[in-house]
Design a protein around this ligand. Structure first.
Ligand SMILES: Cc1cc2nc3c(=O)[nH]c(=O)nc-3n(C[C@H](O)[C@H](O)[C@H](O)COP(=O)(O)O)c2cc1C
Length: 344
């Protein structure tokens, strides 16, 4: 199976890569010590000289408002992917988080020519989840997360699956990147997205060890990443409508569902509303409510209702369409509609 993945070209490239792996045990060791937590990364950029690294500076850097809204997560055994991660940090001013294996990968572990080596065995086992020793971080507040790793036998190292399964990426834009001897990124980005189950994952990219900061800059520019808040966009039968969303747990959960695109088939009911299933239960905090045209509510924990008239019932408020009443009636009262939610 793995043999199929490796083309003759790739094997040659891997041979070169393996030489560098084998030749650089000290590189690996220094990688491990330079493994910076989010806090340490922020301190390093702040503090230019050792004398400036005071405990005051450290506690300053741990303040949430000292964080960037961009994070670079990286796993790297021989420093190639880490050097790409460092360049992305320098371009974007992102925080850095390095994934370290609880049981570090030795040269023998990474011997791709040995079918009994640790890496070969782990990559042959899709359920392998090597443990991470780096301290846990919170992803709250990060709008953009770059996630980097080396390609191992055409795939992401299994420890990357351990990472993505341990975190909730919310609605953040997640961008995979990798380095390799010659193989492309393959399905690794999509496999990570699937295992993560959250986040708005973009197409990833593979880089060689010699990629320049200018090349990375133009790649990052091409991603069309937006600064600031991501917004949940509601469309009624294809027409985007402005919505003022509530700030509550139900809307946050809805945003997570919207991150992978949510389609709700609605039906007219009672001459005053459109109602349709979200597809699963989300948090509800129902209150007796008299609705007005444009109100969007959660009914029974798993149904979305949008009003073009009024009703009194126990609902959880989700938001309000910010359009005049006649426009709302025009959109909702002329037959069943399809509502889509997505994150922009
Ligand atoms: C176990 C193992 C498997 C590898 N498999 C591939 C591969 O399938 N294709 C490829 O081009 N390079 C492969 N490589 C080479 C690495 O992807 C490459 O050297 C990478 O840049 C190393 O990144 P790092 O220094 O951040 O660990 C493999 C390396 C190892 C150790």
């Amino acid at each position: 199976m793995i043999r199929k993945i490796l083309s003759a070209l790739c094997v040659t490239a891997m041979a070169l890569a393996a030489v560098s792996c084998g030749a650089a045990p000290s590189e690996s060791a220094s990688d491990t010590t330079s493994g910076s937590t989010v806090t340490e990364a922020a301190t390093t950029t702040e503090a230019a000289t050792p004398t400036e690294v005071t405990s005051e500076a450290t506690s300053e850097a741990t303040k949430p408002d000292a964080k960037s809204d961009t994070l670079v997560v990286v796993f790297s055994c021989t420093g190639t992917t880490k050097s790409v991660a460092d360049k992305i940090v320098s371009i974007t001013g992102a925080d850095l988080y390095e994934i370290e294996a609880k049981e570090p990968y030795t040269d023998a572990d990474r011997d791709w020519t040995d079918k009994n080596s640790r890496c070969t065995k782990e990559q042959n086992d899709k359920s392998a989840r090597p443990e991470i020793s780096s301290s846990k971080i919170t992803l709250d507040g990060y709008k953009t997360i770059f996630i980097g790793y080396p390609i191992w036998f055409g795939q992401e190292p299994r420890i990357m699956d351990t990472f993505v399964e341990s975190y909730d990426f919310g609605t953040a834009a997640v961008i995979p990147f990798c380095t390799s001897g010659s193989s492309g990124i393959g399905s690794s980005g999509k496999d990570l997205a699937k295992n993560a189950g959250s986040g708005s994952w973009l197409e990833g990219k593979r880089f060689g060890s010699s990629v320049t900061e200018d090349e990375l800059k133009s790649w990052i520019g091409s991603l069309g990443l937006q600064k600031g808040e991501s917004t949940m966009v509601l469309k009624i039968s294809g027409t985007e409508v402005p919505v003022i969303w509530e700030d509550n747990a139900s809307v946050k959960e809805l945003q997570k569902l919207a991150a992978s695109g949510l389609k709700i088939s609605m039906s007219k009911y009672g001459g005053f509303e459109q109602v349709g299933p979200i597809g699963q239960k989300i948090t509800r905090s129902d209150n007796q409510t008299t609705t007005a045209p444009g109100d969007i509510v959660l009914y029974s924990g798993d149904q979305m209702v949008i009003f073009y008239g009024s009703n009194s019932w126990s609902y959880t408020r989700l938001g309000k369409i910010d359009l005049p009443e006649d426009k709302i009636k025009e959109l909702l009262s002329n037959g069943d509609v399809t509502v889509t939610l997505e994150i922009k």
